[in-house]
Design a protein around this ligand. Structure first.
Ligand SMILES: [Fe+2]
Length: 240
């Protein structure tokens, strides 16, 4: 399949071929020479687990591997396929915009899944003992670590039996820190910069805990990699 670049493809074609005398074969050759625009590259790769999946507390190796391979890996593959298909479809001038919009919706869903899973796995594998700058932020915005933890867990448990994410975020617009509720991959708070991400889709715990989502939330807290959370807090842009 030949996928042309989204922007400037026509101009590039003209430049390659000249004003006249172009046959179909030459057209195809010229089109194939146009590089694929990066937005339609579909080159995302899953990030390796940054911890030994056999060593988490209360979350089994079998579950983590299945989650990483099937759900996260599947999201990466789907995002790549969607981007490449968008690159092909955008060239079709007869394609109704509402049909294109269906795939743009998929792009948003898959992007959310990949980004949030990247963060989720990266903030696992620690000892669960909070330290560093993020603790100061938590105390500033929630009064104490205990009050923050209670709200974070309550938000997560509200998603038990369904789907979604619980995300401790720094909001780049309001300059506030909140535990945001997200029903799906598209529900991230606008301009929320994720510091700590908890996957509340059933696939993240059902194999180990069945419907007992609260036990999974407790296990998650014991495995938080606070060094990674602090790395994010140190790296985040802030508005003065
Ligand atoms: Fe997941």
């Amino acid at each position: 399949m030949t996928i042309m670049a989204a922007g400037g493809a026509g101009a590039a074609l003209t430049n390659l071929v000249g004003a006249e005398g172009m046959n179909a074969t030459t057209e195809e050759q010229a089109a194939s020479a146009v590089p694929i625009a990066p937005a339609f590259g579909g080159k995302h790769q899953p990030k390796p687990l940054p911890f030994d999946p056999a060593k988490l507390k209360g979350i089994s190796e079998k579950l983590i591997k299945s989650h990483w391979e099937n759900n996260y890996g599947g999201a990466v593959k789907a995002l790549n396929a969607v981007e490449q298909r968008l690159g092909a479809m955008v060239q079709d001038k007869d394609l109704p915009a509402y049909v294109y919009g269906d795939l743009k919706r998929e792009e948003l869903i898959r992007t959310g899944s990949v980004v949030l899973h990247d963060h989720y796995f990266a903030n696992l594998g620690g000892d669960g003992r909070p330290t560093g700058k993020v603790v100061d932020l938590i105390k500033q915005w929630f009064g104490s670590y205990e009050q923050w933890e209670a709200e974070f867990k309550k938000t997560a448990n509200a998603l038990g039996g369904g789907s979604g994410w619980t995300i401790l975020s720094y909001n780049l617009h309001t300059n506030e820190v909140h535990n945001y509720w997200a029903w799906d991959h598209m529900h991230g708070a606008t301009l929320g910069y994720p510091l700590l991400v908890l996957d509340m889709y059933e696939h993240a715990y059902h194999m180990d805990y069945g419907a007992a989502a609260a036990k999974y939330v407790d296990a998650f807290m014991q495995n938080i990699n606070w060094d990674e959370v602090n790395r994010r807090a140190e790296a985040m842009p802030t508005r003065k």
